[in-house]
Ligand binder design. Sequence first.
Ligand SMILES: C[S@@+](CC[C@H](N)C(=O)[O-])C[C@H]1O[C@@H](n2cnc3c(N)ncnc32)[C@H](O)[C@@H]1O
Length: 391
Amino acid sequence: MTPAARIAAAAEVLDRVIAGTPAEQALTGWARGARYAGSGDRAAVRDHVFDALRRLRSAAARGGAMTGRAVMIGLLRERGEEPASLFTGQGHAPAPLTAEEAAAGHAPEPGAEAMDLPDWLWALLCRESGEQGAAALAAQLRRRAPVMLRVNLRAGGRDEARDRLADDGVTAEPDAISPSALRVVDGARRIRGSAAYRDGLVELQDGASQAVVDELHLTTGMKTLDFCAGGGGKALAMTGRADIAAFAHDADPDRMRDLPQRAARAGVHIDRVTLAEAHAQAPFDLALCDVPCSGSGAWRRAPDAKWRLTPEALERLHARQDAILDQAAALTGANGTLAYATCSILASENTARVDAFLARHPGWHQHHSRQWVPGASGDGFFTAHLRRDRH
Ligand SMILES: C[S@@+](CC[C@H](N)C(=O)[O-])C[C@H]1O[C@@H](n2cnc3c(N)ncnc32)[C@H](O)[C@@H]1O
Protein backbone atom coordinates (compact mmCIF):
# COMPACT_ATOMS: atom_id res chain seq x y z
CA MET A 1 0.00 0.00 0.00
CA THR A 2 1.18 3.53 -0.73
CA PRO A 3 1.38 6.08 2.11
CA ALA A 4 -1.76 7.72 0.67
CA ALA A 5 -3.66 4.41 0.53
CA ARG A 6 -2.84 3.85 4.19
CA ILE A 7 -4.34 7.27 5.00
CA ALA A 8 -7.49 6.32 3.07
CA ALA A 9 -7.73 3.04 5.01
CA ALA A 10 -7.23 4.84 8.34
CA ALA A 11 -10.04 7.29 7.46
CA GLU A 12 -12.33 4.35 6.74
CA VAL A 13 -11.52 2.68 10.08
CA LEU A 14 -11.96 5.99 11.93
CA ASP A 15 -15.45 6.38 10.46
CA ARG A 16 -16.40 3.06 12.08
CA VAL A 17 -14.87 4.07 15.42
CA ILE A 18 -16.66 7.45 15.34
CA ALA A 19 -19.90 5.53 14.70
CA GLY A 20 -19.29 3.54 17.92
CA THR A 21 -17.27 0.45 16.97
CA PRO A 22 -14.37 -0.23 19.37
CA ALA A 23 -11.03 0.61 17.67
CA GLU A 24 -9.60 -2.93 17.82
CA GLN A 25 -12.77 -4.37 16.31
CA ALA A 26 -12.85 -1.75 13.55
CA LEU A 27 -9.20 -2.46 12.68
CA THR A 28 -9.76 -6.23 12.60
CA GLY A 29 -12.84 -5.74 10.40
CA TRP A 30 -10.87 -3.62 7.95
CA ALA A 31 -7.90 -6.03 7.88
CA ARG A 32 -10.21 -8.99 7.09
CA GLY A 33 -11.50 -7.24 3.99
CA ALA A 34 -8.03 -5.99 2.97
CA ARG A 35 -6.21 -9.17 1.95
CA TYR A 36 -3.77 -7.03 -0.08
CA ALA A 37 -2.48 -5.36 3.11
CA GLY A 38 0.80 -6.79 4.43
CA SER A 39 1.85 -6.73 8.07
CA GLY A 40 3.70 -3.42 7.56
CA ASP A 41 0.56 -1.90 6.06
CA ARG A 42 -1.64 -3.11 8.89
CA ALA A 43 0.80 -1.73 11.46
CA ALA A 44 0.97 1.64 9.66
CA VAL A 45 -2.83 1.94 9.41
CA ARG A 46 -3.11 1.04 13.08
CA ASP A 47 -0.58 3.73 13.99
CA HIS A 48 -2.53 6.34 11.99
CA VAL A 49 -5.82 5.32 13.65
CA PHE A 50 -4.39 5.41 17.17
CA ASP A 51 -2.55 8.71 16.55
CA ALA A 52 -5.84 10.17 15.33
CA LEU A 53 -7.84 8.83 18.30
CA ARG A 54 -5.40 10.35 20.78
CA ARG A 55 -6.01 13.74 19.09
CA LEU A 56 -9.52 13.17 17.80
CA ARG A 57 -11.10 16.42 18.89
CA SER A 58 -8.31 18.76 17.88
CA ALA A 59 -7.81 16.93 14.57
CA ALA A 60 -11.55 17.17 13.81
CA ALA A 61 -11.35 20.93 14.54
CA ARG A 62 -8.39 21.35 12.21
CA GLY A 63 -10.04 19.17 9.55
CA GLY A 64 -13.42 20.88 9.84
CA ALA A 65 -15.64 17.86 10.68
CA MET A 66 -15.91 14.75 12.87
CA THR A 67 -15.41 12.25 10.04
CA GLY A 68 -12.52 9.88 9.38
CA ARG A 69 -11.51 11.84 6.32
CA ALA A 70 -11.60 15.26 8.04
CA VAL A 71 -9.75 13.90 11.09
CA MET A 72 -6.92 12.59 8.89
CA ILE A 73 -6.80 15.97 7.08
CA GLY A 74 -6.61 17.69 10.48
CA LEU A 75 -3.89 15.34 11.72
CA LEU A 76 -1.75 16.04 8.65
CA ARG A 77 -2.29 19.79 9.10
CA GLU A 78 -1.15 19.56 12.72
CA ARG A 79 2.01 17.74 11.57
CA GLY A 80 2.67 20.54 9.10
CA GLU A 81 2.08 18.20 6.12
CA GLU A 82 0.07 19.42 3.15
CA PRO A 83 -3.02 17.13 2.85
CA ALA A 84 -3.29 17.84 -0.90
CA SER A 85 0.00 15.99 -1.48
CA LEU A 86 -1.61 12.72 -0.28
CA PHE A 87 -5.26 13.35 -1.13
CA THR A 88 -4.66 13.01 -4.88
CA GLY A 89 -7.34 10.54 -5.94
CA GLN A 90 -4.68 8.52 -7.75
CA GLY A 91 -4.58 4.75 -7.24
CA HIS A 92 -6.01 4.05 -3.79
CA ALA A 93 -5.29 7.54 -2.45
CA PRO A 94 -8.19 9.52 -0.92
CA ALA A 95 -10.10 11.82 -3.29
CA PRO A 96 -8.67 15.35 -3.68
CA LEU A 97 -9.86 17.96 -1.19
CA THR A 98 -12.99 19.83 -2.26
CA ALA A 99 -12.94 23.62 -2.12
CA GLU A 100 -15.06 23.45 1.08
CA GLU A 101 -12.64 20.99 2.71
CA ALA A 102 -9.66 23.12 1.75
CA ALA A 103 -11.33 26.15 3.41
CA ALA A 104 -12.75 24.30 6.43
CA GLY A 105 -11.10 23.80 9.79
CA HIS A 106 -9.82 26.05 12.54
CA ALA A 107 -7.18 26.03 15.26
CA PRO A 108 -8.61 24.09 18.26
CA GLU A 109 -10.20 26.23 20.98
CA PRO A 110 -8.04 26.36 24.14
CA GLY A 111 -9.26 23.93 26.82
CA ALA A 112 -11.00 20.62 26.20
CA GLU A 113 -10.83 20.83 22.40
CA ALA A 114 -7.11 21.62 22.25
CA MET A 115 -6.40 19.14 25.07
CA ASP A 116 -8.32 16.33 23.35
CA LEU A 117 -10.68 15.48 26.17
CA PRO A 118 -14.48 15.50 26.49
CA ASP A 119 -15.68 18.74 28.20
CA TRP A 120 -16.70 17.02 31.44
CA LEU A 121 -13.37 15.21 31.79
CA TRP A 122 -11.35 18.35 31.16
CA ALA A 123 -13.42 20.13 33.83
CA LEU A 124 -12.92 17.23 36.27
CA LEU A 125 -9.18 17.08 35.65
CA CYS A 126 -8.90 20.87 36.14
CA ARG A 127 -10.81 20.64 39.45
CA GLU A 128 -8.63 17.76 40.64
CA SER A 129 -5.19 18.78 39.36
CA GLY A 130 -5.46 22.53 38.64
CA GLU A 131 -5.44 23.85 35.08
CA GLN A 132 -1.66 23.57 34.66
CA GLY A 133 -1.56 20.04 36.02
CA ALA A 134 -4.53 19.03 33.88
CA ALA A 135 -2.86 20.47 30.77
CA ALA A 136 0.36 18.56 31.47
CA LEU A 137 -1.55 15.28 31.94
CA ALA A 138 -3.71 15.81 28.86
CA ALA A 139 -0.64 16.67 26.78
CA GLN A 140 0.94 13.33 27.75
CA LEU A 141 -2.21 11.47 26.73
CA ARG A 142 -1.94 12.95 23.21
CA ARG A 143 1.42 11.15 22.71
CA ARG A 144 2.35 7.54 21.98
CA ALA A 145 3.14 5.27 24.93
CA PRO A 146 6.55 3.63 25.24
CA VAL A 147 6.90 -0.12 24.71
CA MET A 148 8.14 -1.55 28.01
CA LEU A 149 9.35 -5.01 28.97
CA ARG A 150 9.69 -6.66 32.36
CA VAL A 151 12.72 -8.87 32.79
CA ASN A 152 11.97 -12.03 34.73
CA LEU A 153 14.83 -11.58 37.18
CA ARG A 154 14.56 -15.23 38.18
CA ALA A 155 15.53 -16.24 34.67
CA GLY A 156 18.34 -13.74 34.07
CA GLY A 157 19.63 -10.21 34.53
CA ARG A 158 18.61 -7.06 32.70
CA ASP A 159 21.86 -6.85 30.70
CA GLU A 160 21.53 -10.46 29.61
CA ALA A 161 17.94 -9.81 28.51
CA ARG A 162 19.00 -6.70 26.59
CA ASP A 163 21.78 -8.64 24.80
CA ARG A 164 19.52 -11.56 23.90
CA LEU A 165 16.86 -9.20 22.57
CA ALA A 166 19.52 -7.45 20.47
CA ASP A 167 20.41 -10.83 18.88
CA ASP A 168 16.84 -10.89 17.53
CA GLY A 169 16.81 -7.28 16.33
CA VAL A 170 15.10 -5.69 19.36
CA THR A 171 16.96 -2.71 20.84
CA ALA A 172 16.06 -2.07 24.48
CA GLU A 173 17.56 -0.04 27.29
CA PRO A 174 17.34 -0.35 31.08
CA ASP A 175 14.84 2.17 32.49
CA ALA A 176 15.10 3.77 35.92
CA ILE A 177 11.39 3.31 36.72
CA SER A 178 12.04 -0.26 37.94
CA PRO A 179 15.03 -2.60 38.34
CA SER A 180 13.20 -5.04 36.05
CA ALA A 181 12.24 -2.56 33.32
CA LEU A 182 13.58 -2.33 29.77
CA ARG A 183 12.38 0.38 27.38
CA VAL A 184 12.22 -0.76 23.76
CA VAL A 185 13.91 1.72 21.48
CA ASP A 186 13.66 -0.17 18.19
CA GLY A 187 12.24 -3.41 16.79
CA ALA A 188 9.11 -3.58 18.98
CA ARG A 189 7.32 -5.67 16.35
CA ARG A 190 9.99 -8.39 16.66
CA ILE A 191 9.49 -8.89 20.43
CA ARG A 192 7.00 -11.77 20.28
CA GLY A 193 9.22 -13.69 17.86
CA SER A 194 12.37 -13.22 19.96
CA ALA A 195 13.97 -16.08 21.90
CA ALA A 196 14.07 -13.94 25.08
CA TYR A 197 10.27 -13.58 24.94
CA ARG A 198 9.56 -17.19 23.99
CA ASP A 199 11.83 -18.47 26.80
CA GLY A 200 10.09 -16.33 29.44
CA LEU A 201 13.06 -14.02 30.07
CA VAL A 202 10.94 -10.97 29.22
CA GLU A 203 7.22 -10.13 29.34
CA LEU A 204 5.45 -7.12 27.89
CA GLN A 205 4.52 -4.99 30.91
CA ASP A 206 4.22 -1.26 31.46
CA GLY A 207 6.94 0.39 33.57
CA ALA A 208 4.61 1.83 36.21
CA SER A 209 2.91 -1.58 36.59
CA GLN A 210 6.33 -2.94 37.48
CA ALA A 211 7.05 -0.08 39.87
CA VAL A 212 3.74 -0.74 41.69
CA VAL A 213 4.99 -4.27 42.39
CA ASP A 214 8.46 -3.01 43.45
CA GLU A 215 6.76 -0.91 46.12
CA LEU A 216 5.16 -3.98 47.69
CA HIS A 217 8.57 -4.94 49.16
CA LEU A 218 7.90 -8.67 48.88
CA THR A 219 9.95 -11.01 51.03
CA THR A 220 10.44 -14.77 51.09
CA GLY A 221 7.54 -16.76 52.47
CA MET A 222 4.92 -14.01 52.26
CA LYS A 223 1.39 -15.22 51.56
CA THR A 224 -0.07 -12.97 48.89
CA LEU A 225 -3.38 -12.60 47.10
CA ASP A 226 -3.77 -10.80 43.78
CA PHE A 227 -7.49 -10.14 44.25
CA CYS A 228 -8.17 -8.68 40.77
CA ALA A 229 -5.66 -10.80 38.88
CA GLY A 230 -7.03 -10.52 35.32
CA GLY A 231 -4.42 -12.04 33.01
CA GLY A 232 -2.05 -12.20 35.98
CA GLY A 233 0.50 -9.56 34.98
CA LYS A 234 0.92 -8.27 38.55
CA ALA A 235 0.85 -11.76 40.11
CA LEU A 236 3.63 -12.86 37.74
CA ALA A 237 5.66 -9.76 38.50
CA MET A 238 5.21 -10.47 42.23
CA THR A 239 6.48 -14.05 41.93
CA GLY A 240 9.42 -12.68 39.94
CA ARG A 241 10.49 -10.63 42.97
CA ALA A 242 10.60 -13.18 45.80
CA ASP A 243 9.71 -16.74 46.79
CA ILE A 244 6.15 -16.06 47.89
CA ALA A 245 3.06 -18.21 48.30
CA ALA A 246 1.08 -16.62 45.46
CA PHE A 247 -2.70 -16.80 45.07
CA ALA A 248 -4.72 -15.18 42.31
CA HIS A 249 -8.44 -14.43 42.16
CA ASP A 250 -10.70 -12.62 39.71
CA ALA A 251 -14.46 -12.11 39.68
CA ASP A 252 -14.26 -13.29 36.07
CA PRO A 253 -12.12 -16.45 36.41
CA ASP A 254 -11.96 -16.86 32.64
CA ARG A 255 -9.59 -13.88 32.54
CA MET A 256 -7.04 -16.01 34.42
CA ARG A 257 -7.24 -18.91 31.94
CA ASP A 258 -3.73 -18.37 30.51
CA LEU A 259 -2.14 -17.83 33.92
CA PRO A 260 -0.96 -21.45 34.44
CA GLN A 261 0.93 -21.46 31.12
CA ARG A 262 2.36 -17.98 31.72
CA ALA A 263 3.49 -19.02 35.21
CA ALA A 264 5.06 -22.22 33.86
CA ARG A 265 6.90 -20.19 31.19
CA ALA A 266 8.23 -17.95 34.00
CA GLY A 267 9.15 -20.98 36.17
CA VAL A 268 6.81 -20.07 39.05
CA HIS A 269 3.57 -21.34 40.57
CA ILE A 270 0.43 -19.31 41.23
CA ASP A 271 -2.72 -20.85 42.75
CA ARG A 272 -5.95 -19.62 41.19
CA VAL A 273 -8.72 -19.38 43.81
CA THR A 274 -12.42 -18.65 43.99
CA LEU A 275 -13.67 -16.16 46.58
CA ALA A 276 -14.65 -19.03 48.91
CA GLU A 277 -11.18 -20.58 48.52
CA ALA A 278 -9.56 -17.20 49.17
CA HIS A 279 -11.53 -16.99 52.44
CA ALA A 280 -10.37 -20.51 53.34
CA GLN A 281 -6.74 -19.47 52.71
CA ALA A 282 -7.04 -16.13 54.58
CA PRO A 283 -5.47 -14.29 56.29
CA PHE A 284 -2.99 -12.96 53.71
CA ASP A 285 0.13 -10.94 54.46
CA LEU A 286 -0.65 -8.91 51.38
CA ALA A 287 -3.82 -8.46 49.34
CA LEU A 288 -3.35 -6.48 46.16
CA CYS A 289 -6.42 -4.91 44.54
CA ASP A 290 -5.53 -3.77 41.01
CA VAL A 291 -9.11 -2.64 40.57
CA PRO A 292 -11.14 -2.05 37.42
CA CYS A 293 -10.88 1.66 36.63
CA SER A 294 -11.27 4.27 33.90
CA GLY A 295 -7.84 3.29 32.56
CA SER A 296 -7.14 7.02 32.20
CA GLY A 297 -3.44 6.53 32.95
CA ALA A 298 -3.23 4.21 29.95
CA TRP A 299 -5.36 6.15 27.47
CA ARG A 300 -2.32 6.54 25.21
CA ARG A 301 -2.59 2.78 24.57
CA ALA A 302 -6.41 2.63 24.37
CA PRO A 303 -7.31 6.14 23.19
CA ASP A 304 -10.90 5.40 22.19
CA ALA A 305 -11.66 4.76 25.89
CA LYS A 306 -11.25 8.44 26.77
CA TRP A 307 -14.07 9.33 24.38
CA ARG A 308 -16.34 6.56 25.69
CA LEU A 309 -16.11 7.19 29.45
CA THR A 310 -19.19 8.91 30.93
CA PRO A 311 -19.71 10.51 34.37
CA GLU A 312 -22.23 7.73 35.13
CA ALA A 313 -19.74 4.98 34.23
CA LEU A 314 -17.13 6.65 36.42
CA GLU A 315 -19.61 6.71 39.34
CA ARG A 316 -20.27 2.99 38.85
CA LEU A 317 -16.51 2.34 38.89
CA HIS A 318 -16.19 4.16 42.23
CA ALA A 319 -18.81 1.85 43.73
CA ARG A 320 -17.02 -1.25 42.43
CA GLN A 321 -13.67 0.02 43.70
CA ASP A 322 -15.13 0.61 47.18
CA ALA A 323 -16.76 -2.84 47.25
CA ILE A 324 -13.53 -4.58 46.20
CA LEU A 325 -11.51 -2.83 48.90
CA ASP A 326 -14.08 -3.85 51.52
CA GLN A 327 -13.99 -7.49 50.35
CA ALA A 328 -10.19 -7.67 50.28
CA ALA A 329 -9.84 -5.95 53.68
CA ALA A 330 -11.65 -8.93 55.21
CA LEU A 331 -8.98 -11.24 53.75
CA THR A 332 -6.00 -9.21 54.97
CA GLY A 333 -4.22 -10.34 58.14
CA ALA A 334 -3.93 -8.29 61.33
CA ASN A 335 -0.39 -7.20 60.38
CA GLY A 336 -0.97 -7.46 56.67
CA THR A 337 -1.08 -4.87 53.91
CA LEU A 338 -4.06 -4.08 51.72
CA ALA A 339 -2.60 -2.59 48.54
CA TYR A 340 -4.87 -0.57 46.25
CA ALA A 341 -3.82 0.16 42.65
CA THR A 342 -5.35 1.80 39.59
CA CYS A 343 -4.02 2.77 36.17
CA SER A 344 -5.86 6.07 36.63
CA ILE A 345 -4.83 9.70 36.88
CA LEU A 346 -8.21 10.74 38.33
CA ALA A 347 -8.14 11.60 42.05
CA SER A 348 -11.78 10.48 42.31
CA GLU A 349 -10.60 6.90 41.66
CA ASN A 350 -7.42 7.22 43.71
CA THR A 351 -7.06 9.33 46.86
CA ALA A 352 -10.84 9.77 47.10
CA ARG A 353 -11.38 5.99 47.22
CA VAL A 354 -8.72 5.63 49.92
CA ASP A 355 -10.31 8.45 51.94
CA ALA A 356 -13.72 6.80 51.56
CA PHE A 357 -12.28 3.44 52.70
CA LEU A 358 -10.65 5.01 55.76
CA ALA A 359 -13.94 6.76 56.61
CA ARG A 360 -15.81 3.41 56.40
CA HIS A 361 -13.11 1.50 58.31
CA PRO A 362 -11.96 3.18 61.50
CA GLY A 363 -8.90 1.29 62.76
CA TRP A 364 -7.12 1.40 59.38
CA HIS A 365 -4.60 3.94 58.16
CA GLN A 366 -2.70 4.72 54.99
CA HIS A 367 0.91 3.64 55.30
CA HIS A 368 2.12 4.70 51.84
CA SER A 369 0.85 6.13 48.57
CA ARG A 370 2.26 7.16 45.21
CA GLN A 371 0.98 8.55 41.92
CA TRP A 372 2.85 8.03 38.65
CA VAL A 373 1.98 10.33 35.75
CA PRO A 374 2.06 9.05 32.17
CA GLY A 375 5.53 9.66 30.74
CA ALA A 376 8.51 8.23 28.90
CA SER A 377 8.78 5.19 31.18
CA GLY A 378 5.19 4.17 31.65
CA ASP A 379 1.51 4.82 32.18
CA GLY A 380 -0.22 6.83 34.86
CA PHE A 381 -0.72 4.69 37.97
CA PHE A 382 -1.70 5.11 41.59
CA THR A 383 -1.06 2.91 44.60
CA ALA A 384 -1.83 3.13 48.30
CA HIS A 385 -0.92 0.70 51.09
CA LEU A 386 -3.44 0.37 53.92
CA ARG A 387 -2.85 -1.26 57.28
CA ARG A 388 -4.73 -1.87 60.48
CA ASP A 389 -3.74 0.37 63.42
CA ARG A 390 -1.64 -1.37 66.07
CA HIS A 391 -2.86 -1.09 69.64
C1 LIG B 1 -7.24 -3.72 36.03
S1 LIG B 1 -7.78 -5.34 35.75
C2 LIG B 1 -6.51 -6.31 36.48
C3 LIG B 1 -5.23 -6.39 35.68
C4 LIG B 1 -4.22 -7.37 36.24
N1 LIG B 1 -3.99 -7.17 37.66
C5 LIG B 1 -2.91 -7.34 35.50
O1 LIG B 1 -1.92 -6.79 36.02
O2 LIG B 1 -2.86 -7.88 34.39
C6 LIG B 1 -9.11 -5.49 36.89
C7 LIG B 1 -9.67 -6.89 37.05
O3 LIG B 1 -10.59 -6.86 38.15
C8 LIG B 1 -11.57 -7.83 37.92
N2 LIG B 1 -12.72 -7.56 38.82
C9 LIG B 1 -13.77 -6.74 38.62
N3 LIG B 1 -14.59 -6.74 39.68
C10 LIG B 1 -14.04 -7.58 40.59
C11 LIG B 1 -14.41 -8.02 41.89
N4 LIG B 1 -15.51 -7.57 42.48
N5 LIG B 1 -13.61 -8.90 42.52
C12 LIG B 1 -12.47 -9.34 41.93
N6 LIG B 1 -12.07 -8.98 40.69
C13 LIG B 1 -12.84 -8.10 40.04
C14 LIG B 1 -11.85 -7.73 36.45
O4 LIG B 1 -12.43 -8.94 35.96
C15 LIG B 1 -10.44 -7.45 35.87
O5 LIG B 1 -9.84 -8.61 35.43
